[in-house]
Design a protein. Structure first.
Length: 119
């Protein structure tokens, strides 16, 4: 079992930056691919970014060059640095863990942290 707890969400203005954190506990953190998803009101949950066990990274086109994902296997934490935020980035952001890839299947979800970007 893995528990994921997100933090760092909030209300910001367009152009601002925000850093999300996801602290993991339970099974070996370093063995998981860690990802971030988001869900805006009335929309489906969508992939944002992921970092694998050897720190390889993948991003959605909509956030590429603005968001950075990384992990700290000592602190059992994955981060999402969000820069140049836009109103369309407003969503609930969820942390995810997968033994394979978050694009294929998510084994564990966090509860989410809300990000609101005002124009």
């Amino acid at each position: 079992q893995v528990q994921l707890v997100e933090s760092g969400g909030g209300l910001v203005q367009a152009g601002d930056s925000l850093r999300l954190s996801c602290a993991a506990s339970g099974r070996t953190f370093s063995s998981f691919v860690m990802g971030w998803f988001r869900q805006a009101p009335g929309k489906e949950r969508e992939f944002v970014a992921e970092v694998n066990q050897i720190h390889g990274k993948r991003y959605a086109d909509s956030v590429k060059a603005r968001f950075i994902v990384w992990r700290d296997n000592v602190k059992n934490t994955v981060y999402l640095q969000m820069n140049s935020l836009k109103p369309e980035d407003t969503a609930m952001y969820f942390c995810a863990a997968s033994v394979v890839s978050t694009a294929q299947t998510v084994d564990y979800w966090g509860q989410g942290t809300q990000v609101v970007v005002s124009s």
